[in-house]
Design a protein around this ligand. Sequence first.
Ligand code: ADP
Ligand code: ZN
Length: 520
Amino acid sequence: MTFSSPLEILQTVFGFSQFRGEQENIINHVLAGGDALIFMPTGSGKSLCYQIPALLRPGIAIVISPLISLMQNQVSALQQLGIHAATLNSSLPPAEAYRVTQQLRQNQLDILYVSPEKVVTPRFLEFLETTPIALFAVDEAHCISQWGHDFRPEYIQLAILPERFPTVPRLALTATADIPTQHDISHYLALKSAKVFKTSLNRPNIGYRVTLRTSQLRQQLLQFLVQHRGEAGIIYCLKKKTVQSIAQWLSQQGWLALPYHAELDSEIRQHHLQRFLYEEGVIVVATIAFGMGIDKPNVRFVVHLDLPKSLEEYYQQTGRAGRDGLAAEAWMVYGLQELIMLKKIFAAEADNERNRVRKHKLEAMLGYCETTNCRRQVLLTYFGEQFPSSCGNCDTCLEPTATWDGTQAAQKALSCVYRTGQRFGVHYLIEILLGKTNERIKKYRHDRVSTFGIGQDLNAEQWHSVFRQLLAHGFVTIDMNGHGSIQLTEKARPLLRGEHPLYLRKEISLSPKRAKKYHR
Ligand code: ADP
Ligand code: ZN
């Protein structure tokens, strides 16, 4: 196929009438031989930014992508449009790999999707040196950074590409990269002087709501869902077990709810996905296994019953709502228990540097939950965007949070942590503050410490809230290698010395009966 212009390709090959957003600028920039760093939200049409130059520039375009399933999808979509595309990765049967290699050698391909580990093998690099290359496109470029939410060590080796092929245009593309990640991308791919294309990540039609989990989680969920009767939505849970039980329970309540997680039979999974895509008003209850590459325009809500591990993950998942531009809602519940559970999961894994990054991300996540500012502002700031004022479409904008002077309570809590040697978890500390006498407290003689019983002005639930906010604001941390013991940070000192006040969020009031436990 030979084409004269990007627009002609857009119309005749892809069947779209006009370019969207920055697409045309990016394409022209790459056609002129320029490098590009592209930060654009999911669904904004990043793929065309390298696919069209691939067809117009001489030589083959090499697209590096982390997920075999995504590569395969993209390739078959392109083949259906009549484009000569193929993929090389470890999952290919030898005969197929041989066929693709032959096509490559005979210059029959326009676009090759390849895994990062494949592209940096000496043999492949040598081959590339013998053939004209149209461009390199590094998709999901945030995978290159330890700070990214999806770090892949193989990606770092891609740094060899600018060294070996300095004159071939490079594109790095991602939807979600926090600021340190953006720096890493530019560093490893030698894109310091590349042109940056950034469109706002803001999704004004999505309303953000975060609320505290009560012991009546299912009632909370129902109250939310009745506002969305008959609409399609996704409910994310951390565990397969929760997915199963919530889906089953919703079905019993008369909702059209289907489970989706990695351990379901692949046929059932496919079937549920198809129903979600093509039937009206289906709710999918899912683990994070659900969503990659799903492009359904009228998802009206995304619920999180458990905290995602990072704001990137949260933003990606909530971003699946409202692709059609109509009003949609992102609703999340959280409590201290989730956080402790997540931290324990991280602690169970080796590699400490990695854990520190994860912990940092989790803390940003918690900061988002506990903020009294506009949630959209917190999100966009995290991704390096300025968002000047309040958005009017998140809970903190719509119902400004009430606060109370929690200085004294915080001091009591912090000294209780200190007096007991920073070795205990929240639950136990609260028992001491409330002056409970039980075997454990007697055994450690904690009924004799000065903070024993000094917290009877608040109830257990209010103390949970105090500890959660102390954690969110970084006055304490949870020891990841112990059993969730609470420890003081540097920040705790001035607060203990009374050098500044601390205002805490007033939580929604729960009835005394419900105040007892945070469990599901
Ligand atoms: P991203 O990689 O940014 O998540 P994709 O490249 O997968 O987004 O594109 C998302 C969807 O938008 C795809 O279905 C694609 O075909 C469609 N699309 C891309 N560009 C255009 C355009 N100019 N006009 C109409 N649809 C487009
Ligand atoms: Zn807001």
